[in-house]
Every structure is written in C-alpha cells, then in structure tokens.
Design a binder for this molecule. Structure first.
Ligand SMILES: [Zn+2]
Length: 478
C-alpha cells in the first residue's frame, strides 16, 4: 500500500503542475503560489485552464452562471489612496475575495478572479480572461476617489447598452446593502469594459477619499455587506426578484416601473398601469414575447416553430427593422400573432428627450400602419427603461406599456438550459416571458433551442399560450 501510494503520488503532482503550467500560459498570468490569498484560487481553476486550452470556444453547458470578478488595479498600480492611507488595490482585492467566497458556496454560480493577489494585470487582459473563460458577466470592483473629501456614495459604470440591466440591479443592491448615497449608473468609456463579450460593469462601491465611506468599507462589516449585496445583485439579475409583481414598487428598475397613480388608484385607472403580467385569476396563461425584430434569420425560424405548435405570441417590433423587413411583419400578423411598438431604433428612453421619445414611438406607429394597416395598442420601452414623465406621455398616446415578468436573458448567450431554468424559477400564471428575435449572440441559437423545449414543457405544466392583448384584456389595435 505504502509503496503503491509513493509510486502514484509523483505522477499526480506532475499532472497537477502540468495543468497549472498550461493554465498560466493560457491566461498569461503569473501565479504567486505562496501568497496569503491563495485560497481565492477557484478549486476548479485547473480544469478551466484545460478546457480553455483544448476547447477555446466551448460554451458553459453547466447550469451555472460564470461570474468573472475583477479586483481593480494591483501591483505597480495602487489605485486611489484612502483617507487613512490604505490603497484601493487592497480594498478591491479583499472585497472581490469575499464576493468570490460567497459565490463559490452557491451552486448557481461559478466565480473566477482576474487577479488573486497584488499583481498588475493590463486592462485588456482582464477582459480577455473573462472572454476566454466564457463568463456570463464581468464585475470590476473598485473604490472611488475625488479631490473633494465630502463626495461620497455608490455608483456603477457601464460602457455597452447591454450592460445596463446588470448595472441597475447591482447598483440597487449595493446601495441597499451599504446605505451610502445612490449616485446612480453611468455610461463611461472605460477600457476594462470595452472588450468583454458579456455584460460587464464596474462598481465604485464607495469613496475611499471620504472618511465615512472609507471607515465603513474597510471594516469587516462593511466588506461583508458590500460582498453580500453584490451577490444579491447577481441573484436578482439572473433569477429575477422573488415575488415582484406589477405596480408594487416604484424605484425605476426595469421590472418595477409604475406610473404615479398606479398604487393608489388601481381600480379606476387600468389604462394608467404599466403591465408586467396578467392576472393569475385567468388560469395558467402565459404570453411569449419576442423583442427587437423583425429580422430575416431568427424571426422566420421562431414563426415556424410557433406555427408547428399552433401557438400565438407577441412581437415587439422596432420601426427601423420593420422598414427593412416589411414582409416579416406581415407574416407575423397574418399568422395570428400580436405586435407591439418597441421604438424606432432601441434607445434608452431615460437618456433621450421627450421630443425624441415621442418621435421614436410615432414614427414606428406610422411605419407599422403603412405595413399592416393598423397601429398597435402596445408599447414596450427598450430595456424596460422609462421615467415617470415619459410613462404618462406614452399613456396619453393611448398605448399600454407592457414590460415582462420573466427575463430569459436569451440575448446574453445564456444556453437553453439556463433560459429554461430562469423560466422555471420566475414564471407564475399570467406571466409574460421576454425573449428576442435579434441583437443577440450566435444568431440567438439558444432562443430557438429554448423555445423548442419550453413549449412542450409549459404545456405539460398546464399552461396555455396567449397573446399579450389576450392576457391583459386589451384591444389589438388603437
Ligand atoms: Zn429590446
């Protein structure tokens, strides 16, 4: 036995070292094996290194969400210097490590760090690591700095529009968790966020140059709360908010916009409502919705599947795409599906003027009227983003604002399994499922695949498929 063990052990060690070397070469990272933070190395990192080496484009087929955690700065680049003289790079690393630890305990997530100790990593390399690993999201963790020591609070930065929902959910949870001033989400042309292929944001947790912020952030409790709130934000992002439903909250995140009158006057002002789902009283109904089309590739495939299954769905259409693919718009309507207005060119309505917003909507209504002979009664804001003023203006155009209760994240490249998992977790009777017909990764092959699975699956669960106007008892046309 002893001999046997002694013979095998060196081979095993050699194998581990070999995998380690492959991993290091693949990721162009110098690993400091003796470091105190070595416990932060994902237990399965060698496996990923190997996967990377042999199957660089392999998707993540596990039912886990891969989170690339990027502790900002490091090595020769200390980042900000706090009031107490502490370096931002150290704060970033210790917070990132805690986020890693919490995520690693959660079967839903698979975390990975772009640096695990005090080393310098180029900004492009951080994004490359996340890309090579096929991360589902990347979160860069930072402490903020400013010349004015009274400046304080939390903000989340993004660069590409598809990162807005992630920025919103993280910002919301971190503000809630730490209780610092809410400085909101902002678009910034940051290099680290330029090349990730997945939603990527940079969280400026608080100001290290503000004595109160710093005191909280460097405390054990502050670090725990910050780490937990980042994880809560990720859970919200991937799983949806537990128990959220129409019109109950008004904090402006995509799932929860409601007009000012909704809560107080639910009975008298149905038309003043922002819809997220239908009523469970109508039985086990579900509405499939497909956004951002039509196009010439994905939309026809979706229409084929719906026709084969004799299911009616709702398509939220962009005016500029309708103009390029009028035949597909006509096919949608001829085959009995409902359509809604999804703006002309998909801007974030919180970031455009009222005049631009109205033009986006009216031009699309006119274009749809040209193609199909009527103006739809539904409007869905891109990203679910609207401010109160625009909610009211749109409602005064006689359009019902329709969001969703189940966000499949299909555009993100999430595999069909992950889409199905999100539907299973979030769908309740009366639910509205959001998927896309354009603007996604790999021509939305995962959307097509998930659609083939979800139709029989939801039928087995006793769901019937209806259009949004049917679900919400609204007219098809204005
Ligand atoms: Zn959209």
């Amino acid at each position: 036995m002893i001999h046997h063990k002694k013979r095998k052990k060196p081979a095993k060690v050699f194998y581990i070292i070999l995998i380690g070397i492959i991993f290091c070469l693949g990721f162009k990272l110098a690993w400091h094996t003796g470091s105190a933070t070595v416990k932060l190395i994902p237990a399965s990192s060698a496996k990923h290194g190997e996967t990377y080496k042999t199957l660089p484009d392999s998707p993540n087929n596990n039912q886990t969400y891969r989170i690339a955690i990027d502790p900002g700065h490091g090595g020769k680049d200390p980042g900000a210097t706090g009031v107490s003289g502490a370096y931002e790079k150290e704060f970033n690393l210790s917070l990132a490590g805690r986020v890693f630890d919490i995520l690693e305990e959660d079967p839903l997530f698979e975390p990975f760090m772009t640096r695990i100790d005090d080393q310098f990593v180029e900004l492009e390399d951080r994004a490359a690591i996340a890309n090579d690993w096929n991360a589902d999201v990347m979160i860069s963790i930072h402490g903020n700095t400013y010349t004015d020591p009274t400046t304080s609070g939390t903000e989340t930065l993004y660069r590409h529009e598809d990162s807005i929902p992630l920025a919103q959910t993280l910002q919301k949870q971190v503000v809630k968790g730490l209780g610092l001033r809410d400085r909101g989400i902002k678009e910034e042309q940051l290099k680290v966020l330029a090349t990730p292929k997945m939603p990527a944001v940079l969280v400026e947790v608080g100001y290290l140059t503000n004595a109160d912020d710093e005191h909280l952030l460097l405390s054990n409790e502050g670090l725990e709360r910050a780490a937990q709130s980042i994880v809560d934000g990720l859970r919200d992002y991937f799983m949806g908010e537990q128990g959220h439903s129409a019109g109950q909250q008004t904090d402006g995140s995509p799932h929860e916009i409601s007009s000012s009158g909704t809560n107080q006057n639910q009975n008298q002002s149905m038309e003043k409502k922002v819809y997220f789902n239908g009523s469970a009283k109508d039985g086990k109904q579900v509405a499939l919705t497909f956004d951002d089309g039509p196009d010439a590739i994905v939309t026809p495939q979706i229409l084929d599947i719906l026709r084969e299954n004799d299911i009616k769905a709702t398509f939220f259409i962009l005016g500029d795409r309708a103009a390029s693919h009028p035949e597909t718009v006509r096919r949608i309507v001829e085959e009995g599906h409902a359509i809604g207005n999804h703006s002309w060119s998909h801007p974030n309505f919180k970031e455009i003027t009222m005049e631009e917003a109205m033009k986006q909507i009216n031009d699309t209504q006119d274009k749809l009227n040209d193609i199909i002979g009527y103006r739809p009664s539904l409007f869905r804001p891109p990203y679910g983003a609207l401010d109160e003023e625009k909610v009211e203006a749109i409602q005064s155009l006689d359009l019902a604002i329709v969001n969703w209760s189940v966000d499949t994240m299909d555009w993100s490249g999430l595999p069909a399994q992950g889409i199905m998992q999100r539907i299973h977790t979030q769908l309740k009777p009366g639910g509205i499922i959001l998927q896309h017909t354009a603007n996604g990764k790999n021509h939305l092959a995962n959307t097509i695949e998930a659609l083939k699975q979800l139709i029989p699956d939801l039928k087995d669960q006793g769901y019937s498929f209806v259009t949004v106007p049917e679900l919400l008892h609204l007219p098809d046309t204005q």
